[in-house]
Design a protein around this ligand. Sequence first.
Ligand code: ARG
Length: 463
Amino acid sequence: MSDKKSNAMWGGRFAAGPDAIMEEINASIGYDKRLASQDIEGSRAHAAMLAKQGIITDNDASAIREGLLTILSEIESGKFEFSAALEDIHMNVEARLKDLIGDAAGRLHTARSRNDQVATDFKLWTREQIDASIGGLEALIQALLKQAEAGADWVMPGFTHLQTAQPVTWGHHMMAYVEMFARDMSRFKDARVRMNESPLGAAALAGTGFNIDRHMTAEALGFDRPAANSLDAVSDRDFALEFLSNATIAAVHLSRFAEELVIWSSAQFRFVQLSDRFSTGSSIMPQKKNPDAAELIRAKIGRIMGSQVALLTVMKGLPLAYSKDMQEDKEQVFDAADNLMLALAAMTGMVSDMNANADELRKAASSGFSTATDLADWLVREAGLPFRDAHHVTGALVALAEQNGCDLPDLSLDQMQTVCDAITEGVFDVLTVDNSVASRISYGGTAPEQVRSQIQRWKQALS
Ligand code: ARG
């Protein structure tokens, strides 16, 4: 047993201090110091409310306020000394407040508990991260819109099963990611609305007998209202889970795009050139230019989704209300948030810098019989064949082209008519990749005019 003095904050009933291992497993200050500014903001709102309600004096409230501002500047300038013996950010701040202003510091914790305090701090922090994530996604979307605009009519192969399917446009492919990242953005916005209720004043779990004004503190902290159930307020972490879930889905989208960039930048594809700023060389193979940023973005989903699974697992089966298990929430969210922001910034940089190789895209689009569907559609429209027969005839023409080592537009009319005598010269109009994409004018289709109208829609929505 340690003979250290018992904890100054809660040690009234303790004869001895904690074992060193107890201190190590218990302390969260190593990471929850990231909540310092939110903790001070919450305490300032609480103190102002206590004074307005006549629970503490105006003199005490202004001493508390001044003291908290001093502490904030000490922390911001790196002068603050954090202590593991004081466990967490809440008690580190309060202990320093006592050094600075004496007994008035002890009145700050009236009608409050660390349980509602930490829930409030963590919610404020997560809310800021939601806003930052929305900003990061928007920057990426802007970069994608620029790419889409530049290449609204560049033809490239569209794939299914990673096999050439039909020609699409570069702009269309970029805009597919705009749709995904915009949904990610709206998921964060939705979550922000749902989470914006203040836990402060729920106290330990049951509320308090003091005549507090939870509406006042909620408003001061930018919440829409106080959370309506004190048990829920201190034990809810679904705002953090929702953040992680949204981060996970965004990371999945980033990962898919990153994978395409890895493939596209290879010597076998040559669809894009990534800038030197987002590539690295090999220490042994001088010719190499590796898409490391894309690969790391592709990998970030591992830890981000891992964080979500970790926190879900921590929360599963916890009885109401607060349990110390919940201290394990913060590192997961911090790590996921940091890595999502980093991945978004790296992807935005890569997209802004990358050069699509329009000639290679076109060449690739023109191989692999990519206009076979256009040919079948022509047979339906112009020669009156049922689609199933048209599909069959087209298959025979593809086989014929393959035998001749050429593509569909390279077959002569005579050759085609040996397969189907209803074919006329007009068929050649639909066999080029440009005509193919130009014909896909259905809403949301790949025709350049459709792509351009989607670009305009998003530009307006985001302006
Ligand atoms: N450091 C704690 C946490 O992060 C603060 C809340 C502690 N509450 C308590 N009753 N011990 O969860």
